[in-house]
Design a protein around this ligand. Structure first.
Ligand SMILES: [Zn+2]
Ligand SMILES: [Zn+2]
Length: 340
């Protein structure tokens, strides 16, 4: 039997690199030899036993690689195709699937969440989850999943042409969100970010202004936009940030909560304010058919991802990325990629 290296979470906060059997395709599936898998906040949550993690689990859902084996009945892919993956597998038959909301499937499966994912040498996926990327650099293609999620957020938001946005948080997701907004009708974006390096990167990637949070932030923002911003969004998941957002929206403005807040967090908002200023508050979960949008942004270079990559690590060092707060060498990390 052939074996491969894989990072396996055996139980909460236990990660091992193991030799496990190399998976074989069934009908309708393809096997991908993995080139790159991005590390994401979701992996940290799974490592901590959240998000319905079932162990043992090979995590990793931001996957790019090369098709290595195709199952019977596969029509649109062949060996040697360079590909990116949409990890969400839906049943097609439940209430939500039938209403076109496949990412809320009652029988939801996802690569790297409920079944084996990308921190390994190979992964198996249904053909419909696998997208050819042509000659796109596979390091870039690994961003198809996080950027696909952002594209879903943008579709939810439907920004008006030539509108102005305010974004809190410019970690890797914030910087993707910022760039996606700028190619989707937003003409100017102001960001708020405590970390100086991240502010500099936001400026380099197209922010109009990058401000530090602090006591004079309100004054600075209202000096800038006395009537408020058309779009106010965040990629922090921090309740302290989320609770401040409404005040910065102009009448008729839209507020998009993009970051993942703790599942028990609560924030206080004024329903009167939402009423009086015609505000819209939106959420955005996962992705839904938006991988092609992400791939278009990536291959046209309208969204830059290379500047976000700070670390490339072998599978054996995934633990460093999952416990980055404890490792000084990982300070200042933006996007970490695992390269098997
Ligand atoms: Zn992710
Ligand atoms: Zn379903």
């Amino acid at each position: 039997m052939q074996t491969m290296r894989a990072a396996v979470i055996t139980e909460k906060y236990h990660l091992e690199t193991r030799e496990i059997p190399t998976p074989e395709v069934s009908a309708g599936e393809v096997r991908i030899r993995i080139a790159v898998t991005g590390v994401c906040g979701t992996d940290l949550h799974l490592y901590g036993g959240h998000f319905g993690a079932v162990f043992p689990l090979v995590p990793g859902h931001e996957i790019a690689g090369v098709v290595d084996q195709v199952g019977a009945g596969v029509r649109y892919l062949k060996e040697g195709d360079r590909v990116a993956l949409d990890p969400v597998i839906s049943c097609g038959a439940c209430h939500h699937c039938r209403r076109g909301m496949r990412h809320h499937c009652e029988n939801y499966q996802a690569l790297g969440v409920t079944r084996a994912g990308g921190f390994a040498e190979y992964v198996i996926a249904p053909e419909s989850n696998v997208y050819p990327v042509g000659n796109l650099d596979l390091e870039v293609a690994a961003f198809a999943e996080p950027l696909g999620c952002i594209a879903w957020g943008i579709k939810r938001l439907q920004p008006e042409p030539a509108s102005k946005a305010l974004l809190f948080g410019t970690g890797p997701i914030g910087l993707l969100l910022m760039q996606a907004l700028l190619v989707s009708g937003i003409s100017e974006i102001t960001v708020v970010e405590p970390n100086a390096e991240r502010r500099a990167l936001a400026m380099q990637l197209g922010a109009k202004l990058a401000l530090e949070p602090g006591k004079d932030l309100i004054t600075q923002l209202f000096d800038l936009e006395p009537y408020g911003f058309d779009v106010v969004t965040e990629a922090t998941g921090a309740p302290a940030v989320i609770s401040q957002m409404l005040q910065y929206a102009t009448p008729g403005g839209k507020i998009l909560y993009y970051g993942v807040a703790p599942d028990d967090a609560k924030v206080e908002i004024s329903p009167y304010e939402v009423f009086r200023r015609d505000l819209t508050i939106l959420g955005s979960f996962s992705l839904l058919g938006t991988t092609p949008i992400a791939l278009e942004w990536l291959s046209s270079r309208r969204v830059q991802v290379k500047p976000l990559i700070t670390h490339r690590l072998p599978i054996e060092q995934l633990k460093l990325a999952l416990e980055y707060k404890d490792h000084p060498g990982m300070n200042g990390s933006q996007k970490v990629l695992i390269v098997p």
